[in-house]
Write a protein that binds this ligand. Sequence first.
Ligand SMILES: NC(=O)c1ccc[n+]([C@@H]2O[C@H](COP(=O)([O-])OP(=O)(O)OC[C@H]3O[C@@H](n4cnc5c(N)ncnc54)[C@H](OP(=O)(O)O)[C@@H]3O)[C@@H](O)[C@H]2O)c1
Length: 307
Amino acid sequence: MPARDEWDPRRLPNQSGKVFLVTGGSRGIGYFAAEQLAGAGARVVIAARDEARARRAISAIERRIDGAEIGFLPLDLASPASVRAAGESVAEWERLDGVAANGAITWGPRRRQLTPEGLELTLATNHVGHFLLAATAWPALARTAGSRWVGMTSMATMFAPADASALNSDHDYSGGRAYALSKHAVQGFAWELNRRLRESGSSSIALAAHPGYSADGLTAARAGVTPRPPAFERWLAFGAQGKNHGATPLVRALTDPGARGGELYAPAWWVKGPPVPLTPRAASARPEFGRELWRLSERWAATEFRP
Ligand SMILES: NC(=O)c1ccc[n+]([C@@H]2O[C@H](COP(=O)([O-])OP(=O)(O)OC[C@H]3O[C@@H](n4cnc5c(N)ncnc54)[C@H](OP(=O)(O)O)[C@@H]3O)[C@@H](O)[C@H]2O)c1
């Protein structure tokens, strides 16, 4: 086992025999997380709403990694019916070692949009969809010793206070604020889930990860998967890192044998760098926030979740 400060993202522990689900694995950071996990020998299932895009991602991984085992699961995080169907099929799997809860709207729309269920779209996609996925897929994680749930959060949380009563953006909507609030919910859920897992004596853990600032313009090219942004985007992304590097905190949280529930994995120099474990300091790490978030999430997802 590598020492905690000697993690090399290019030399992951062998993941043969393990199964991971990556939401939003059809492109961006999720794609590279799927590629890195498959490269370490894991079976990976890409859960995505656009099947054609997901198939291009799967082909790209298969071209790079001999014998890669990659599957596809239809999942639209904004649609409770889609999430429920996906979660119920995952619940039947023999094992599930980890979920990368990565798929997201990465900035809320200019005007507040509601789902048919009356939820603000960014919150519904980034958090409520993942909460419902966890609740419905949990039997597979519960039957896999040491399984992990990793919520993909963002430094953007610093732009909005962690206020559970504000999460649905009923007042003062802006796309950036809705995104920041949704990420308080994503990370608060992971840490509250971990507290509940400890209380129930489960061997599963839950953690969060963030990718710093990971820009398309600096990302390693993958035919059919990565966009080719104009040159000025590379310039704008000065000081950032590519999405291939942005995936490494997520992948470390899923695979580091020394990872502990309740941690936050992030780039060493905050916006970029090798992935390191941190102790969360955000207000969304507090148990009071987690308890209220859980109560609201059960209502929003119309589902009880007792892990
Ligand atoms: N890039 C950064 O600097 C940065 C910084 C902080 C946090 N993050 C977080 O890291 C994660 C990945 O970001 P990224 O930069 O890779 O974003 P991205 O390139 O925009 O990819 C987002 C992924 O989420 C999927 N997605 C969006 N809405 C969905 C829905 N309703 N159902 C299912 N999948 C959906 C997208 O699928 P489609 O292809 O179907 O749209 C895509 O696969 C996100 O959680 C983001 O908030 C990123």
